[in-house]
Design a binder for this molecule. Structure first.
Ligand SMILES: Cc1ncc(COP(=O)(O)O)c(C=O)c1O
Length: 378
């Protein structure tokens, strides 16, 4: 883990601001702003004269992301607009049969519910399982039957912060021939996601949360063996095997996951995310995860010890990641959130809870300041 001066240089946030809102939209590191500035300057001075280099940057990002999630190949990675688009590519691409079902949880963000609900017209039902049980993974597995085509879960729930055991779910799915789809936006950049080890078929995450990148550029991992199981629903020049040969009348979809990218890439986002990801790589995936878990542990321990606070996020090891949510017993969450915001402590209200989400670079003194304000607000 780089030292405090590295952190101060990369995260020169406004004086007094305490940013505990990485589960919403994260601040960029300085190097990301510099990459965007360089790209903007180049556009002003040279337009797109160096477009072939931008194409190389695009491919380099796919390779960087593939390394980051231990995908077998960069061919398994598409660069899409956002998590919702990637989930829609999967849900709208499968060849549903009447009576199929999708198993999920009753805590998903709308983007991991709506695309599945939209398949109702093909006779597909969505089973939304309760996670507030002793063994959430067992409940999800028990909800699967021989008509279950997909198990679709968030790695970490956006409001409660519950983290699921993806390894256990992945191996269950692979044994049963069920597709395993992981909305990873609330963990990618915070916790290691090894798609090979976890036996994930589809994973998606936009850049603007734990990856510390901009909105509007997302990773979509699609396991090579199931890539052709997804019928394509969007079409354009960029997805063709011969992309760039505009005169050719014959085309077929690229063999790689580029087949899911229909038109012009988000070059600005590509340059920005490349920089953000390089920072996370430099800090080290495991070191970042350790620091995030330490921060969450600290908040869970201290909030848990406060009379007047009900912890929402489970405090058991393995059940939480970067989100710590709580509810004041006597006070309204909205009011406590308002007081935190008034003290320049950025966080969120989700699902009736106050949600704190510090990244790895957030120091203990900042957490203490937030705890102080919470203590005096409840
Ligand atoms: C779990 C989860 N999935 C999906 C989304 C939406 O992501 P996107 O805007 O990239 O579609 C969010 C945003 O908060 C989220 O928390």
């Amino acid at each position: 883990m780089p030292d405090a001066s590295w952190i101060a240089r990369e995260f020169p946030q406004a004086d007094g601001l305490i940013y505990l809102n990485h589960a919403a939209v994260s601040p960029w590191p300085a190097r990301t702003a510099e990459a965007v500035q360089r790209f903007a300057d180049e556009n002003v001075r040279l337009g797109a004269s160096r477009y072939p280099e931008w194409r190389r940057a695009e491919q380099a990002l796919r390779e960087q992301l593939a390394r980051y999630i231990n995908a077998p190949s960069a061919d398994d990675v598409a660069l899409l607009k956002n998590t919702s688009e990637a989930l829609s590519v999967v849900a709208c691409g499968l060849d549903w049969r009447w009576g199929d079902n999708v198993v999920s949880t009753d805590q998903e963000f709308p983007s991991n519910r709506m695309p599945w609900e939209a398949q109702r017209k093909w006779g597909v039902s969505l089973r939304r399982e309760n996670l507030w049980v002793d063994d959430a993974e067992a409940a999800l597995m028990a909800a699967c039957d021989d008509r279950t085509r997909v198990l679709a879960v968030s790695s970490v729930q956006y409001a409660s912060g519950i983290r699921l055991d993806l390894k256990r779910l992945g191996s269950f799915c692979r044994e049963r021939g069920i597709l395993f789809c992981v909305d990873a936006i609330q963990s990618l950049g915070a916790l290691r996601l090894d798609v090979a080890e976890l036996q994930v078929d589809f994973a998606m995450a936009d850049a603007h949360k734990w990856l510390l990148g901009p909105e509007g550029i997302a990773l979509f991992y699609c396991r090579g063996e199931v890539r052709r199981d997804l019928e394509l629903r969007q079409f354009g020049w960029h997805m063709a095997h011969n992309a760039g040969d505009y005169d050719a009348l014959e085309w077929r979809p690229a063999a790689s996951a580029r087949r899911f990218e229909c038109g012009s890439p988000n070059m600005l986002g590509i340059h920005a995310l490349t920089a953000s990801l390089s920072l996370l790589e430099e800090a080290g995936q495991d070191a970042v995860a350790d620091r995030i878990l330490e921060n969450s542990r600290y908040l869970l321990d201290n909030l848990g010890a406060m009379a007047g606070v009900e912890l929402v996020t489970p405090a058991a090891a393995g059940r939480y990641a970067g989100i710590v949510s709580f509810r004041p017993v006597q006070e309204d969450s909205v009011e406590v959130h308002r007081k935190l915001q008034a003290a320049d402590i950025l966080c969120a209200c989700r699902g009736g809870n106050v949600r704190l989400s510090p990244h790895f670079y957030i120091t203990r003194d900042k957490l203490d300041k937030a705890l102080e304000v919470i203590c005096s607000s409840i």
